[in-house]
Design a binder for this molecule. Sequence first.
Ligand code: SF4
Ligand code: SF4
Ligand code: SF4
Length: 318
Amino acid sequence: MSKPKLAYYLAGGCGGCDMSIVDLSEALVDVAMALDIVFWAPTVADAKYKDLEAMPSGSIDVGLFSGNVRNSEHEHIAKVMRDKCKVLIAFGICAALGGIKSLVNLHTTEELMETAYIYTYSTDNPEKILPQTSYVVDSKYELTLPKLMDARTLDQVVKVDYYIGGCPPHHEHVAKAVTALLSGQLPPAGSWITMGKAVCEVCDKNPVLKGQPKEFAKTVKRVYEGVPDSEKCLMEQGYLCLGPVTQGDCGSKCPSVDIPCRGCGGPIPGVKDFGLRAVSAVASMLENEELVDQIPDPVHLFYRYTLAGSFLGKRIKR
Ligand code: SF4
Ligand code: SF4
Ligand code: SF4
């Protein structure tokens, strides 16, 4: 029997999701033996887009798309991947819900370009020249750049079959997802591939799991304020933790080292807008309404990983 074919593409991301596959360590050898990796760009192999474009429609069994869709090149390859792959997976929170880099949607593309190329202190650009999508050299050679766009989730461009959260996905969860893929034991199309438990449900600081009542937070603290009690729920101590509404496929990695969960795992099943549910969860754990005024930078706290895929993200688009 021929091996399942796999394609991997990194769009508007950082390469961390690629690393989560490399982090499979020795299991990577088994994965590489079990799969025929036909395309992995631009990080691992010098694969050419024209080679992917030349493959027959539906000839690749599984496509992993990481990063958000930020420019015309990403958009084009998203469409090519959709055409070539029987199953297309939004791999990591950037592809699934926009990721931390979709916070760019708080600004216009013009503002971002001018800041980067004109107004930074270290930039010397008196003529205010900005990158162009096309430039002809010597009246003969056309140089092109992709057109920059607002950040979009993969499913705002093409149909997505499955979603995997995490920034990046935790390697143990990736191993489980790959096993599910290879054995054909996948959830219904359109689902997140997740164990279905919130970070709180796998957090050893959770008082409820120890048979103790949960206390309201009496104050709001930033992570650099004070020293957390490692035995106690961070939220109870005032460190705003999004563990109640975040998928815990990472195994509660941040709270286990006294860092509040920031939500990279994506929303627990049934949640349509992560940020809205996070606002509601945090508000319900504060002792009084006045504490809401102390929440620093709410957009970056509640929508840190999900702005492009949120109701708010859609509304602030130009
Ligand atoms: S989800 Fe995180 S690790 Fe993956 S590409 Fe985006 S920023 Fe990088
Ligand atoms: S709120 Fe955070 S620290 Fe508290 S139990 Fe949930 S994940 Fe753990
Ligand atoms: S604890 Fe939260 S922020 Fe940290 S890795 Fe897990 S899901 Fe991501």
